[in-house]
Design a protein. Structure first.
Length: 600
């Protein structure tokens, strides 16, 4: 109600003749608070709802008092032409006479409490916007469910705290309502309206309070969600670009890794392989024999006035005596011994014998020598496994294996001088273990790693000795190797170590080496016209005569003079032998005791 429409409250005094007005209808529910269709269009006034008046309502009020109390659950509703809100907390109907343009007492209303949302500062601001045009209007009595309306104040009275002037429904002034926006500190040209909270009228809104939702505010129904305050979120497009970039980077890395893996797989091929097993071997295996014997085998490097040679030897005792072939060290001026560990020391010649092709050298100042055990050549049988160790073609610590191919094989070696002084007569052990130039003097071992022979000679195609042929070229092994029996080597080595010379067993006769028949024939004359049978010698005492043909030694047939020499030299001086002699077409057996002669 505008200021021109206000009248004296006394004009509203009811007459007793009027009948009591009917009770206002009970409002069951107001329009939904979220429905915008129930709100009048902006700038238009909603038609007032007529309410019957009672006689009590028409009773004049002595004096109108400003609204000093509001129920916490009921908001003040404007009267007159002002818009009547639909509150979720209160359903009210103004009991004003239709068309009345004055402010007067309001009838009591029956209300029904409805649930309503908790409204904050947003509703207060909306109430301030609504109440601003009403600045200067008088505040009329406001009905509440539990408190009777106070009489309207005088026309000239000051407005109640928080009330403003303006036009409203029924011509009355109204206070702020729950959906009105309160003025924040007042607006230029408008009366300030105090914020209304659930706690009562006239209470100002607290600073920093959360805004209340205002369903009647002018604005779009949908407001885009701009997110919380702070850094801006990645937009969808940026997220897509970022995801695509990550995918491309991951693909590139995967491609590079795949290429590298393929290259690595193609360049490094690992085939199945057995794990490392026990390195130990059985003592009677080739590996076991080699492991036992190698520390006692040495390589000899010999240099002379006109030539040099390489051979093999093995340690006999802890004093440094080493046994080898005589043809290896014959005529040597410098001898160097190299052990299996690679240590090299000089050596001195102790003695040698051409007839047996054996020699002994000695090293001094060497500790930790490993002498080899000596076996017995009488125990050797054809087919026994053997191992040969040497330095063929100066390849030290070479190990080969084979078997005993034959025993008692008579061979001769040397004879380069032509006078027979350098010829060796050996009742040899034959083996198919590969023996080559450089193996000379090395040990031939049995299955117990015991020495049973000294490797001495090989037979090659067109070859008549230790690797040489008519052209002077060395040839390799063809599976025919020969070793001096260790029994003979032991006796000769002991003599060489004691005296520096070896003794040869003899029977005291001169043989006819030109005889082509079967057996060994005693010559008619000896060297220099001397008798063929030495007077008082072993042969003369046994009854041997010139022209006799010796066919057997201890029952073993001999086919020539060389074989007879070899058989005799395979024994010691003083040994007794049974010789089968063919004389005048008759065979007879003679017993002879071997004599001794100094060797060369």
């Amino acid at each position: 109600m505008s200021d021109s429409q206000q009248t004296d409250p006394a004009a509203q005094t009811p007459t007793p003749a009027e009948a009591p007005a009917p009770r206002p209808p009970r409002l069951s529910r107001l329009p939904r608070w979220w429905s915008r269709a129930d709100r009048p269009a902006a700038g238009t006034a909603e038609a007032p709802v007529p309410a019957p008046r009672t006689a009590q309502d028409r009773t004049p009020t002595p004096e109108a008092e400003p609204l000093a109390h509001r129920d916490p659950d009921v908001e003040a509703a404007p009267t007159g032409d002002a818009e009547t809100p639909s509150s979720p907390g209160v359903a009210a109907s103004a009991a004003a006479k239709p068309g009345a343009g004055v402010t007067g007492p309001h009838p009591a209303l029956e209300v029904e409490s409805l649930p309503h949302p908790d409204l904050g500062a947003e509703a207060a601001r909306a109430a301030a916007d609504e109440a601003a045009p009403k600045a200067g209007a008088e505040a009329g009595p406001h009905p509440t469910p539990d408190v009777e309306a106070a009489p309207a104040p005088d026309a000239g009275a000051a407005p109640a705290p928080g009330a403003g002037s303006g036009s409203g429904r029924g011509g009355g002034a109204s206070g702020p309502v729950w959906w009105s926006r309160p003025a924040e500190g007042g607006r230029p040209g408008e009366g300030g309206v105090a914020a209304v909270s659930d706690g009562g009228a006239g209470e100002g809104a607290e600073d920093g309070a959360a805004p209340r939702y205002d369903p009647w505010s002018v604005g779009p129904l949908q407001v885009p969600d701009r997110g919380k305050a702070g850094p801006r979120r990645l937009r969808v497009r940026q997220g897509v670009v970022f995801g695509v970039g990550i995918a491309l980077l991951a693909g590139a890395i995967g491609g590079v890794v795949g290429v590298l893996a393929e290259r690595k797989a193609s360049t490094r091929l690992e085939l199945p392989q057995a794990a490392v097993a026990d390195r130990g071997r059985a003592p009677d295996s080739v590996a076991g024999i080699a492991a036992t014997a190698l520390p006692g085998v040495v390589t000899l490097h010999v240099s002379g006035a006109q030539s040099s040679a390489t051979g093999t030897g093995f340690v006999l005792d802890g004093q440094g005596h080493i046994l080898t072939n005589n043809h290896v060290v014959h005529g040597a001026q410098h001898i160097t011994v190299t052990f299996s560990t690679g240590e090299s020391v000089p050596a001195e010649l102790v003695g040698g014998d051409t007839g047996y092709d054996l020699a002994v050298v000695q090293v001094t100042g060497v500790r930790g020598l490993r002498p080899l055990a000596l076996g017995n050549s009488e125990n050797v049988r054809v087919g026994d496994p053997v191992v040969a160790i040497g330095a063929p073609f100066d390849l030290s610590n070479t190990v080969t294996a084979g078997i005993i191919s034959a025993t008692g094989r008579p061979i001769t070696a040397g004879g380069d001088k032509g006078d027979g002084s350098d010829v060796s007569y050996v009742d040899a052990l034959q083996t198919d273990a590969p023996i080559n130039p450089g193996n000379s003097g090395g040990p031939l071992l049995d299955a117990r790693a015991q020495v049973i022979g000294i490797n001495s000679a090989i037979r090659g195609g067109g070859d008549g000795g230790d690797g040489g042929d008519s052209s002077g070229q060395q040839r390799g092994s063809i599976g025919l190797g020969f070793a001096i029996p260790v029994n003979q080597g032991k006796r000769v080595a002991e003599e060489l170590i004691r005296t520096g010379h070896a003794t040869h067993p003899v029977i005291g006769v001169t043989l006819d080496m030109e005889y082509s028949g079967d057996g060994a024939r005693v010559g008619e004359k000896g060297e220099g016209g001397k008798p063929a049978v030495v007077a008082g010698g072993p042969g003369a005492r046994a009854g041997i005569k010139p022209g006799d043909v010796i066919t057997k030694v201890d029952g073993v047939r001999v086919h020539g003079g060389d074989e007879l020499v070899i058989k005799i030299r395979s024994h010691r001086p003083g040994d007794a032998l049974a010789l089968t002699v063919l004389r005048d077409g008759r065979e007879r057996t003679l017993e002879v005791v071997l004599g001794s002669a100094n060797g060369s």
